[in-house]
Write a protein that binds this ligand. Structure first.
Ligand code: GLA
Length: 369
């Protein structure tokens, strides 16, 4: 039996959202350094994931070589491991990755062996060019081709004997949450790519309603990486992003430049109580509990019998603060509960209902017991 990986949603950093094709060995080392010096590693962020654009050409025997920006992958893995971190990499089941680099098609076993030999701990496997090929096949055939391609890489990873987190990326097509675990997925993207705007982040995050039952320890829905700290959203909006991802038991993969983050960004990413909601060992994803126009309440059950409750106001900020009321008996509690405001780190007292005053695009995140 392969060792259990991703018992809780993976946490770490990924190069794509900020660096895209500018990723390099020094960028990855700087991210690893910053994870340690900032305290993020100790808050749980341990995966340092290289996304697309590390690949060079295959050698004469077909083994993959990194490009000139990555002179020595094994040495890089050693550097990352010595800091108590883990290293992730990226490929595609197709012949080309999304950025046009060499994919793993026809070289799955060789690539898995190469990753294991380098000391890789996480693989994001992105459909990309295989998706284009699938469009030319009848739907049932296309589905089978896609499933087989993921199974093939999973088998190859298992054969290496190294525990490697397997991250499926095919943008949620064909309800991947229903079959992701069967092809070995520890997590699977449920949507297209996030970007650093409230509207798109909210479309993705609030669009996760109904998927909770598919998440469990070792197998997670992945609404994509974090944009916190990349500058496109206001603090209230980033708090909504973090709160929603925590309620969704989503992977927390920071996507900003860690070597240049502000204290506010760091505080948001490392809020221990928010992380505890995301990483709760029971592994129960939260879901939408109530919605009325732009006001929504999302609830995540936690292992100790408490619940995380997010009161979200999706209305435009110019519309002002909105009162959002939650009655705790509706959430299954009998009698009054102890309520804590998570972002303000404040115990609010014992009560049967609570009305949060929630700014537009903002959130009040509660932990109740
Ligand atoms: C796709 C993925 C992204 C990123 C890019 C890299 O768009 O969904 O997360 O990996 O490819 O090219």
């Amino acid at each position: 039996m392969a060792q259990q990986v991703a018992a809780t949603p993976p946490m770490g950093w990924n190069s794509w959202n900020h660096f895209a094709e500018k990723v390099s060995d020094p960028v990855v080392r700087a991210a690893a350094d910053a994870l340690v010096s900032s305290g993020m590693r100790d808050a749980g962020y341990v995966y340092v994931n290289i996304d697309d654009a590390w690949q060079g050409k295959r050698d004469e025997k077909g083994f993959m070589q990194p490009n000139e920006k990555f002179p020595d992958m094994k040495a890089l893995a050693g550097y990352v491991h010595a800091k108590g971190l883990k290293l992730g990499i990226y490929s595609s089941p197709g012949p080309k990755t999304c950025a046009g680099f060499e994919g793993s098609y026809g070289h799955e076993e060789q690539d898995a062996q190469t990753y294991a030999a380098w000391g890789i701990d996480y693989l994001k496997y992105d459909l990309c060019s295989l998706g284009e090929a699938l469009l030319k096949q009848p739907p049932e055939v296309a589905f089978q081709t896609m499933v087989s391609a993921y199974m093939k890489m999973f088998a190859a990873l298992q054969k290496t004997g190294r525990p490697i987190v397997f991250s499926l990326c095919q943008y949620g097509v064909a309800a991947v949450w229903r079959w992701g675990p069967d092809v070995g997925g520890n997590l699977w993207r449920t949507t297209g790519d996030i970007n650093d705007t409230y509207d798109h982040m909210a479309e993705i995050g609030f669009g996760q309603a109904g998927l909770a039952k598919y998440a469990k320890p070792g197998h997670w829905n992945d609404p994509d990486m974090l944009e916190v700290g990349n500058g496109g959203m206001k603090p209230d909006e980033y708090r909504t992003h973090m709160s929603l991802w925590a309620i969704l038991a989503a992977p927390l993969l920071a996507g900003n430049d860690l070597s240049k983050m502000t204290p506010e960004t760091l505080a948001m990413l490392t809020n221990r109580e928010v992380i505890a909601i995301d990483q709760d060992a029971a592994g129960m994803q939260g879901d939408r509990f109530w919605a009325e126009g732009p006001y929504e309440i999302w609830v995540k059950p936690l292992g100790d019998g408490s619940k995380a409750v997010g009161l979200f106001n999706r209305a435009d900020p110019w519309s002002g603060d909105a009162p959002i009321k939650v009655k705790f008996k509706d959430l299954g509690f009998t009698g009054p509960v102890k309520v804590r405001d998570v972002w303000n780190a404040k115990d609010l007292g014992t009560m049967e209902e609570y009305t949060g005053v929630v700014p537009g695009h903002g959130v009040v995140l509660l932990r109740v017991k």
